[in-house]
Ligand binder design. Structure first.
Ligand code: PLP
Length: 458
């Protein structure tokens, strides 16, 4: 029997996160006056301890003991050799994945939900608001809030609220409250509904709603929490890649190619950034974020300054963006329907440290089915995008006759997304590809915005 899983003991869990801001240059976020945002400006939205992390340039940041304790409910996650997939593809490539589907909510998202809930709690906050796309983030934050005794209020993008009702059940089981977005509760929501009463909703609008509710709470005990995009989220997710590096050391192997699906960029960054550090230090390694062709922020959209939300409540962030007014088609990988991309991920792409790919929804599901029938785990619709790229790279390795080592992030399981598998299997799932015309229309929004500089870190 060949070894499939490489484990770490609980006491081998990394004790520090890796902060890529120590190693790359970044354009600063800009406020409404066009000047860089000061930490105090963010204080109504986030607790100061997380704002400090957001701007820190320390390379290593300690993981608090109480956070490690909750993470140890499911971490360290195994590094798994996808032996059955390798056989099915008859490839000389060795394929590994970090199985992030084993957390209680079923994705990588609690890796940051847990520390975010913890830092809010120790800062004296009692309630968190947030948005959720497919419901993975809302579930993760509800779970984390239940661990630390916080209230949780989640605005869920309407199309997913209707497609994935059991995610709401999960959130409410953990004690969270889930509301379809746009809602009538907020100005941002009412404006969006007035524009289009039948809108499928977007993450951008749901973010606006959640921020509005947090900053308008007069008690001062409510803050907002974001599940991707921001620097501190990428930081918390690096536990994935740091564990993976230790596991590769145990296995006596090291990846040539690192792959992750990218919505806001956090599971990709979590696995990839510790390897990006090695790449900066001279290692030969290909780093591939994978996105849907229907929402191609890294592969097609420009590197610009844009708001993180539709109403424009957030600072301007330097990122690849389709424009904050962009409403992506209702593709089934709800977690990949975000108009922008993490500034840190955008920056490493603009410096050539990572090479983005895009795949269509049908390519993604075909890959998902193959993985379900080989490795057994039914992947989340988001994860299937990474899988399509993995299969592509494994086939290339076969054509070239090269024994490459590939690692990817299995960001979540799809057990609450089975409705879309039904659609795929019955042939009623279709591709959406963003046309150049739609792209040009979406880009118009940046005409009068400042432009980020093209920075080179080394
Ligand atoms: C949310 C989600 C994603 C996309 O978010 P990132 O921040 O890009 O990681 C990917 N996979 C799963 C399973 C998700 O829940």
């Amino acid at each position: 029997m060949e070894t499939r899983k490489i484990f770490l003991n609980e006491d081998e869990m990394p004790r520090q996160w890796y902060n890529i801001l120590a190693d790359i240059k970044m354009n600063p976020p800009l406020g409404p006056d066009g000047n860089p945002v000061k930490p105090e400006d963010l204080a109504p939205v986030f607790p100061m301890n997380l704002i400090e992390q957001e701007v820190s340039t320390d390379r290593w940041i300690d993981i608090p003991e109480k956070v490690l304790d909750v993470l140890s409910i499911w971490r360290p996650s195994p590094l798994v050799r996808a032996i059955s997939l390798e056989k099915a593809l008859d490839t000389p490539a060795k394929i590994y994945f970090k199985n992030e589907s084993l957390s209680p909510p079923g994705s990588h998202k609690p890796n940051t939900a847990v520390p975010q809930a913890y830092y809010n709690k120790v800062f004296g906050i009692e309630k968190l608001t947030t948005e959720t796309g497919a419901g993975q983030w809302g579930s993760a934050l509800s779970f984390a809030c239940s661990q630390f005794g916080l209230e949780c209020r989640v605005y869920m993008v309407r199309v997913s609220f209707d497609q994935k009702p059991y995610r709401k059940s999960m959130m409410e089981t953990w004690g969270g409250k889930c509301i379809a977005s746009p809602s009538m509760e907020t100005k941002a929501g009412r404006d969006a509904l007035e524009k289009d009463p039948n809108t499928p909703g977007s993450l951008g609008t749901a973010i606006s709603e959640a921020i509005e509710v947090a900053v308008s709470d007069q008690t001062g005990k409510t803050r907002y929490s974001l599940g991707s995009v921001l620097n501190h989220v990428m930081l918390h997710q690096t536990i994935i890649g740091l564990e993976a590096k230790k596991q590769f050391e145990k296995a006596g192997d090291y990846p040539d190619i690192v792959i992750g699906c990218a919505g806001g960029g956090s599971n990709f960054a979590g696995l990839a950034f510790p390897f990006v550090l090695d790449k900066i230090n001279g290692k030969q390694i290909e780093i591939l974020p994978v996105e849907p062709a229907a929402c191609p922020t890294l592969t097609k959209a420009p590197f610009v300054y844009d708001h993180g939300d539709t109403a424009g409540y957030t600072p301007l962030l330097p990122m690849h963006s389709l424009g904050h007014a962009f409403v992506p088609p209702p593709l089934h990988a709800g977690g990949l329907r975000y108009h922008g991309m993490a500034p840190t991920v955008s920056q490493i792409v603009s410096e050539g440290l990572a090479s983005p790919r895009s795949v269509t929804q049908l390519e993604a599901y075909e890959a998902g089915i193959l993985l379900a029938r080989t490795e057994g785990i039914i992947p989340a619709p988001e994860t299937t995008h990474a899988l399509a790229c993995v299969i592509d790279e494994a086939r290339k390795a076969k054509e070239e006759g090269r024994e490459k080592t590939i690692v990817f992030s299995w960001s979540g399981h799809g057990l609450l997304d089975l409705g879309t598998y039904d659609k795929f299997l019955s042939g009623s799932l279709h591709n959406f590809v963003l046309s150049d015309e739609e792209l040009a229309k979406a880009e118009k929004i940046f005409e009068n915005y400042p432009k980020p500089s093209l920075l080179k870190s080394f």
